[in-house]
Design a protein around this ligand. Sequence first.
Ligand SMILES: Nc1nc2c(ncn2[C@@H]2O[C@H](COP(=O)(O)OP(=O)(O)OP(=O)(O)O)[C@@H](O)[C@H]2O)c(=O)[nH]1
Ligand SMILES: [Mg+2]
Length: 141
Amino acid sequence: MKRLMLIGSVGCGKTTFMQRLHGDVQEYSKTQTIGANDGIWDTPGEYMDSLFFKSSLKQTSSEVDLVVFLQAATVSMQKIPPAFTTFFPKPSIGVVTKIDLATPAQIAHARHLLDLTGVKEIYEVSSITGEGFDELLPRLE
Ligand SMILES: Nc1nc2c(ncn2[C@@H]2O[C@H](COP(=O)(O)OP(=O)(O)OP(=O)(O)O)[C@@H](O)[C@H]2O)c(=O)[nH]1
Ligand SMILES: [Mg+2]
């Protein structure tokens, strides 16, 4: 599988998404710092709130093949800055998370927010039910 870095706001589902990809037991654990776990760099959502931490995301991206921007379908606020893909020297994709909790309109809004970041491909998943991973996994190989 490609080496990934996961980026998105606090609670958008990065760690749960990683646990699903690894086939790990899904248990809540607040991410405190950037950490590599078997090829996936999980990041704290707070990093989206500070320019200093955004720079460290950029540095870490040199270690990975693909940057994954995650946006929860249940959240209407945008935390990932517009055109943020241009900040990274690596390809990126967008993933709408928590589709099991969202209406079609909420999912469409989350796709719109990811569009603004500049990603050209967007996937929709639930890391709890596993929906959407059949479409996503080939892209991560
Ligand atoms: N229903 C549902 N809940 C989800 C999904 N993904 C994550 N959650 C829940 O959302 C909460 C936050 O998920 P995390 O994976 O810890 O979020 P995070 O992005 O890693 O958050 P930080 O580490 O704080 O940046 C947890 O209670 C998860 O169980 C999903 O696809 N569906
Ligand atoms: Mg986390």
